[in-house]
Design a protein around this ligand. Structure first.
Ligand SMILES: [Fe+2]
Ligand SMILES: [Fe+2]
Length: 178
């Protein structure tokens, strides 16, 4: 039974999957960029490696759903490939704490992106909703992990996180449309 009522806007589930897959893809690229720079035995590298594995699982799941439902990926994928990796590498080059601040900023925006999707889906698509709910919980855990590991100690933390969050919002907006 769908929670949709006449007069409600039907959620555009193809656009949802497209932007969600783009976000998870971007996340794998950010963490790959960080892992390319962070010292292998740094505690931050261990945290990031664990999160990267979860992002890959999220991405694999959305890839499968997109294939099943014949949804095309965003045309901006090549951009997120490069931009995601660059963001991860650049923050890790600044410092380990800056890498964590990047995680905190990105995961904050992804959480804010998934929450309204779950409201829009209601009970109309349990398969997609259960994946999104599960991934959202993982993203919140990533955000909290970064916080607890000292993200706020990064030099320029307020400006850095504000800039990254703004960048994420732009990327999310573009991936919905293109
Ligand atoms: Fe994710
Ligand atoms: Fe995440």
């Amino acid at each position: 039974m769908s929670s949709w009522r006449p007069g409600d806007r039907r959620p555009d589930k193809a656009a949802m999957l497209r932007v969600d897959q783009a976000g998870e893809y971007g996340a794998t690229r950010i963490y790959a960029g960080q892992l390319a720079v962070l010292r292998r035995n740094a505690p931050e590298a261990k945290l990031v490696a664990r999160m990267a594995a979860q992002e890959q699982r999220h991405l694999d799941r959305f890839n499968r759903l997109m294939a099943e439902r014949r949804v095309r990926p965003t045309a901006l994928q090549p951009l997120w490939n490069v931009d995601g990796f660059a963001l991860g590498a650049a923050t890790a080059l600044m410092s380990e704490k800056a890498a964590l601040a990047c995680t905190e900023a990105v995961e904050t925006e992804i959480d804010k992106h998934y929450a309204p999707q779950l409201r829009q889906l209601g009970s109309g698509d349990p398969e997609l909703a259960s994946d999104i709910a599960e991934f959202q919980a993982d993203e919140l855990e990533h955000r909290d992990t970064a916080r607890e590991a000292g993200a706020a100690q990064a030099v320029g933390y307020p400006l850095l996180t504000a800039a990254i969050r703004a960048g994420c919002r732009v990327a999310i907006g573009l991936s919905k449309r293109i």
